[in-house]
Ligand binder design. Sequence first.
Ligand code: 13P
Length: 255
Amino acid sequence: MCPMWVGTSWKMSKGLAEARRYVRGLADHLDGLAPAGVQPFVIPSFTALAAVNDELGADSPVLLGAQNAHWEDQGAWTGEVSVAQAKDAGAQLVEIGHSERREHFGETVQTTRLKVAATLTHELVPLLCIGESAEVKQAGGSSRFILEQAAGALDGLDPEQLARVVIAYEPIWAIGETGRPATTQELREPFRDLGREYGRRVRGLLYGGSVNLDNAADLLGIDHVTGLFVGRAAWQLAGFLSLLEIAAAHPKATG
Ligand code: 13P
């Protein structure tokens, strides 16, 4: 039985002191053991990666992630951080292709493919984010769009490599302050289609976008969903701990 993945990206928030406080509290609470059936992960800013790794300690059940990484190991890429460097700082997972990076920083299907490949080469977990805009959804093209994003990024992987990938479906219209929470009804079809294509072949199929304590259990109940990728609702430790509890109590985790 695969675990429910529940994690948070802090995006561009938290200085070192706050990052350390959050993770120290998390490590104290978990005391070396994730809730049964749940795989927690935390994705801080690069500046806090090593400090968070330090606080979590060597055998932490919490996976540590980077919010992005360059596909080359080193070189003249000013301002970039390589997968190798992120791994050196403690990352076990690399977030790839978040819509904010696609929209503001020129992330393309080609660069997501290079990053997935580099992440696998370094034996970290690629967390590939896909999601369509409100316009694409309105035109009825959600499934086709996200399947194309996924296929482009995962092109050329063999089954063993694909089995190490986690996909997070995060519709752009549902993310952040300006987003509106998706209903479970409107997520059924995209997850049915993602599930058909990737359900048995990848390590996890997560949902993200305005996840909160009120909708988390229902979202986890959608067919093929095996976890949640959370922003704002998990930026305070209490929120993250509550979400871990909700996942642990869910029939998919206990069953
Ligand atoms: P919110 O949960 O704040 O909508 O953000 C989701 C997200 O983008 C996680 O990567």
